[in-house]
Design a protein around this ligand. Sequence first.
Ligand code: DHB
Length: 338
Amino acid sequence: MKIGFSLHATLVAVAMVALLSSGASAQQPLKIGLIVPMTGPFASTGKQVDAAVNLYLAEHGDVVAGRKIEVLLRDDTGIAPETTKRLAQELITNDHAEIIAGFGLTPLAFAAAPVATEAKTPMVVMAAGTLVIPQKSPYIVRTSFALPQQTAPIALWAAKHGMKKVYTLVTEYGPGIDAETTFKTVFTASGGTVDGARVPLHNPDYAPFIQRAKDDKPDAVFIFVPSGEGSAVMKQFAERGLAKAGIKLIGTGDVVDDDILDSMGDSALGTITSHFYSAAHPSAENKAFVAAFEKANGGMRPNFMAVGDYDGMALIYQVLRRPAVRPTAINSSRPPRA
Ligand code: DHB
């Protein structure tokens, strides 16, 4: 996978070098506390993340720059921010983790951010996607994605393909609100109109929302739901006959998550999404990644969560290989003032 580091990511990575090389003995293993939901409704995210870490270690070895990498996996069970926070504290204080990583959902990344700040510990967000996450701590670097980036292209696509009215259906929390806001802004700027509703994050029942969307008679329904929820949405979309009524399903790629795409069957046909990753991308690099991932995981196909995590490990390895950088080096990398 290719890593496109932003300026923020690069500066945080430089700061990580300074932090990681400051106190700890080079002979000690470097512990990475990996906090993800391994059980509960978002377990698919945790399984993808864990599998990607293991693949990265298998392919690149578990010793980098003379330090053995030890990954301490912790299950925060889904949407339980207080559990994520406690696990982050325990990993840093009791287990001496020098990096915390993972974070399957936005509220969980938010919960851990103050812990990273207080403990001055680098925090690599490998999964969650609300725009503001990296602003929650100067110790955060993100290798996943941000919803506005995923949403703007499909809003432009809809306008360019003659759609005039779209109904937005999003999960009611950070990434859903980012997706809704971006879709509305871009699509209305192109002359379209938008109605919509928000579905609860906890125990969602999509049926009444999909019916309401159908009754609104839009050209398309734009959907954002977190990874793992797509099958339930597709089922309702098919059962309520929206495609037959001429209503298209568009969205970010989260709704046709590669991990569960096969289980959706024909109901996913005709869905149009924009996203930063698809397991079907035909590059040689991606084909090798997908083949190795499937081989190591009993045929499980990687989704975009696995990629954020694989890239997160690549970031950590690259940072550890760099010589320690003094703060003056950070300043000298900035463009000169006019
Ligand atoms: C988030 C979680 C997801 O599963 C996803 O697909 C997108 C965003 C989040 O909580 O940030």
